[in-house]
Design a protein. Structure first.
Length: 562
């Protein structure tokens, strides 16, 4: 291996090696058994430390023996003075350092070092920081060491600004130091937090970072570290947990609530009618998930007997952590209150004039770099992301052209790019729907491979996803509680697991898909308003008894086109 000629060993040499290995194994086994026996009989003393040290110095990843050493130290704490414990802990740190020289990425060793520093009477944090520096010089991407460094800096209150300076120095030495870029992404929001965007940085800090990272990927366009960091800079903020939508429907006697993040509802979600709490039971649309973006409850009919009155509905999550209300006016059967993806910038960045100007320059620079490096996938992907940040609708056509180039340059990840493109296409369609103030969404002929952001479509009544590359309709489809017409022709759909319990679905078109058997349509039996279904061009149409089977499975469907 590595240019060395393999030298055959004689039978005597092989036998000698075998005996040597057997001897080591016997020693390893006997010492391990002796250490574990002392644990069983409760002899947690320094001899147990000596025994475990013999094994851990050879194999630092023996978790049970690290646990035994911690039990010994806890026992010694009960009858040793502070000075004695300080000496024992110092000796343990030296032993751990030797183990790390054998295996610098041993999780058990780094974890045990954290634990020892936690019980050490007078910990020397300066020495630990120096140790981190030494190990990171050997391997700048030792993530166990980086984790330990974060523990040390937190415990010793090292100024965050000093750690940020450290990342600057390491990146200046090597732009490919991904761990330093990652650490930087954790430090910056602490130093320059954006008060309005959780986990993001102020605009001034963002613009300075964009300049830094641009220098990095122009210096080495093929290194992924700076490109990943650039993607983080352009990322959207983490929105706090909120109730995105409340939908009340008297015909179905139900209330639907969607959240910005998946939650598990027990007694934390309270429904109020005219400021009085109602006793209701919440369930997910699929009735199986423990955590979900969407929760539904049945509304007691007696609560709203008078259709000529006005009612106020409100939901509170965890005593007001999130809340939303809507008014049901007289003679109305349905009401809602939903956040706008457009107004809340769920799919976009908030751009000031300065930020927009910098991103425009970034886009220009990346396009110039792409001309010099036409096969650089990172550059192509970054161009797409910058255009998304600037104006997703204005650059929609150009974005698709760059996706085509990207899939040619990097065909092994074409599936990922297809999914990312699908995500962007759906975001654009949702924005267009909101601009038009419509409840109809057009998603046909967009090369979709998956459907996402369905929590934004609770109010949609008509959806067209025809002529795409969809193979399944996801379980989150059950959030579309207002959907009446679904067109899904000319796809690759094989099953309909996502179409359980769509209460208002009336017409479904599934022509020219890959549905093989009638059993695949079983979920539609729960859609009680479904009256028309189109199945022409599916393999199941070739079965001679298919109509009878379908009429048995879907007795409420009046018209089945085969």
């Amino acid at each position: 291996m590595h240019g060395r000629i393999k030298v055959k060993t004689s039978l005597e040499q092989q036998e000698a090696k075998r005996k040597e290995r057997e001897k080591k194994l016997q020693l390893y086994t006997s010492v391990t058994q002796a250490a574990l026996h002392k644990r069983e009989i409760g002899e947690l003393d320094t001899e147990a430390l000596d025994l475990t040290a013999q094994i851990l110095s050879l194999n630092p990843d023996f978790a049970s023996l690290w646990n035994l050493r911690r039990e010994v130290f806890l026992q010694l704490q009960t009858n040793r003075s502070e000075e004695e414990m300080q000496s024992l802990c110092s000796g343990e740190l030296t032993f751990l350092e030797n183990c790390l020289r054998v295996s610098p990425k041993s999780y058990g060793t780094w974890y045990h070092r954290c634990w020892i520093m936690g019980i050490m009477p007078i910990p020397d944090w300066v020495r630990e920081l120096s140790l981190c520096n030494r190990f990171l010089e050997i391997d700048e991407r030792n993530f166990h060491c980086w984790d330990y460094r974060r523990f040390v800096t937190r415990s010793s209150s090292v100024p965050v600004s000093e750690e940020l300076d450290l990342t600057s120095n390491l990146i200046a030495k090597n732009f490919s130091n991904y761990s330093s870029w990652h650490y930087r992404s954790k430090l910056l929001p602490q130093i320059n937090p954006d008060p309005l965007r959780i986990g993001r940085v102020t605009e001034q800090a963002l613009l300075a970072e964009l300049e830094l990272v641009q220098n990095a990927f122009f210096t080495d366009p093929n290194d992924q570290s700076a490109w990943f960091y650039h993607r983080w800079l352009l990322g959207r903020a983490d929105h706090p947990l909120s109730i995105r939508c409340i939908l009340v429907n008297l015909d179905r006697a139900s209330v639907t609530v969607t959240f910005s993040q998946p939650v598990e509802v027990q007694d934390d979600l309270i429904l109020f009618l005219d400021d009085k709490p109602l006793m209701v039971s919440w369930k997910t649309p699929g009735k199986k998930e423990k955590r979900s973006l969407c929760w539904i409850c049945d509304l007691p009919q007696k609560c709203v007997n008078d259709r000529y009155c006005q009612y106020k509905f409100q939901v509170d999550w965890k005593d007001g952590e999130a809340k939303k209300h809507c008014i049901l006016y007289p003679r109305k059967q349905e009401t809602w209150c939903c956040d706008s993806a457009l107004e809340n910038q769920i799919f976009s960045l908030e751009l000031s004039e300065g930020k927009s100007s910098v991103l425009q320059q970034e886009l220009k620079s990346c396009k110039e770099l792409q001309e010099l490096e036409p096969d650089n996938k990172w550059c192509l992907l970054t161009i797409i992301l910058v255009m998304r940040a600037l104006d997703p609708l204005l650059y929609q056509k150009e974005t698709l052209e760059y996706f085509d180039k990207l899939k040619v340059v990097d065909p092994m990840r074409s599936g990922y790019y297809d999914d990312l493109q699908s995500k962007f296409q759906m975001e654009n369609a949702i924005l267009k729907m909101e601009y038009a103030e419509a409840r109809v969404i057009e998603l046909s002929k967009k090369d979709l491979t998956r459907l996402c952001h369905l929590e934004q479509l609770v109010l949609v009544t008509h959806m067209n996803v025809s002529a795409n590359h969809l193979r399944v309709l996801p379980s989150s489809f059950s959030m579309l509680q207002c959907l009446q017409v679904l067109e899904a022709e000319n796809n690759d759909i094989e099953c309909l697991e996502g179409l359980w319990d769509l209460p208002q679905l009336e017409e479904l078109s599934l022509q020219n898909n890959k549905i093989i058997s009638a059993s695949a349509l079983q979920p539609l039996s729960s859609c009680h308003n479904l009256s028309v279904i189109h199945l022409q061009g599916n393999p199941l149409c070739e079965s001679p008894d298919i109509r009878a089977e379908l009429e048995t499975i879907l007795p409420h469907v009046s018209t089945i086109h085969l």
